[in-house]
Design a protein around this ligand. Structure first.
Ligand SMILES: NC(=O)c1ccc[n+]([C@@H]2O[C@H](COP(=O)([O-])OP(=O)(O)OC[C@H]3O[C@@H](n4cnc5c(N)ncnc54)[C@H](O)[C@@H]3O)[C@@H](O)[C@H]2O)c1
Length: 295
């Protein structure tokens, strides 16, 4: 299947990988981003500069699209934007994009959400999971304006699905690691054990995140579905059972922690849309599980 896809946030870290993924399969990609076009955005057939938080009429950009992927957002706090404005900005953009897609007759939308809806925060507080593994039915307890914007985005997605009959996937992503930043990502994670625990030792390679988006846009499902899109294993340099006990204390679990499996589980995405994360990060390098060769 190929077609026309609109990717919002197409100039961003994840957006670029999403564009690459669709273009590789022969899709016509329309990129929408608030940033002005740079002229070096491979895979983008058409590029529009639009601030989606301010523009509600998206009939033009979305006309004739087979799918809309919404990845545009202010992706965390700490970028000089007040927290209340991050919340308002992201919610407005998501509302405009999802309602706009429905109004334009688009039948499939993928909206990028975040693991932060569970309680992950950049603040000092640790919100331990209530049980393991952490699946999509785990309670959500957003702890900051960014996380709340993502949770509200999921509710907007559910509303648009039920009101307009659009199939909408909300993808919960942990921190997205691009191979270009390998050394920095690994050093940051290993250098901050408390943050590693807050994030459940989860991550996703940007290329795997883009594959998850592609599958959610192309595999059949109805209504609103939430999927965790994450690596198959936790990233840590100690046995996970010891780390979990140390940071979370004894919590109910049905997960065998031998081999450091992902606590933030991508199992539903595997079962329902065939998501199979390909890249496994270790402190020594990135393992390509398809070729078994470290790129
Ligand atoms: N990077 C991560 O670790 C991570 C983790 C979980 C979820 N996410 C989510 O993934 C998505 C992509 O994040 P990213 O890391 O690529 O961020 P990024 O900042 O690299 O890219 C976001 C892009 O969205 C654009 N954008 C922001 N607001 C816009 C608006 N109102 N209108 C049009 N364009 C707008 C920006 O110009 C930018 O190009 C976001 O929804 C983010 O919340 C990211």
């Amino acid at each position: 299947m190929t077609g026309r896809v609109v990717v919002t946030g197409s100039a961003g870290l994840l957006g670029r990988r999403i564009v690459e993924r669709f273009a590789a399969d022969g899709w016509t990609v329309v990129g929408v981003d608030a940033a002005p076009p740079r002229g070096d955005e491979p895979g983008v057939a058409e590029r529009l500069a639009v601030d989606l938080s301010a523009v509600a009429d998206l009939a033009g950009p979305f006309a004739g699209a087979d799918a809309v992927v919404h990845a545009a957002a202010i992706p965390d706090l700490g970028r000089g934007v007040p927290e209340a404005d991050v919340l308002a900005h992201n919610v407005a953009a998501t509302s405009h994009v999802l309602f706009g897609a429905a109004a334009a007759g688009v039948r499939r939308v993928v909206s990028v959400s975040s693991q932060s809806v569970l309680g992950l925060s950049r603040g000092p507080d640790l919100v331990p999971p209530v049980r393991l593994p952490i699946d999509e039915d785990h309670p959500c307890r957003p702890r900051d304006g960014y996380a709340l914007s993502k949770r509200m985005g999921e509710e907007i997605a559910a509303l648009v699905a039920v009101r307009h009959g659009v199939a909408v996937a909300s993808l919960r992503l942990p921190v997205v690691w691009d191979p270009d930043g390998f050394a920095a990502h690994v050093a940051k994670r290993l250098g901050d054990p408390a943050q590693a625990a807050r994030s459940n030792w989860a991550y996703v390679d940007a290329r795997d995140a883009a594959s998850g988006v592609f599958l959610a846009a192309t595999r059949p499902f109805d209504g609103h579905r939430v999927f965790n899109i994450a690596a198959a294993r936790a990233f840590c340099d100690e046995p996970l059972d010891r780390l979990v006990l140390h940071h979370y204390g004894p919590i109910p679990s049905t997960l065998d922690l031998d081999g450091n499996p992902a606590l933030f589980s991508p199992d539903r995405a595997r079962r329902e849309i065939g998501f199979a994360p390909r890249f496994e990060w270790t402190p020594a390098g990135i393992r390509d599980t398809h070729t078994e060769i470290s790129p």
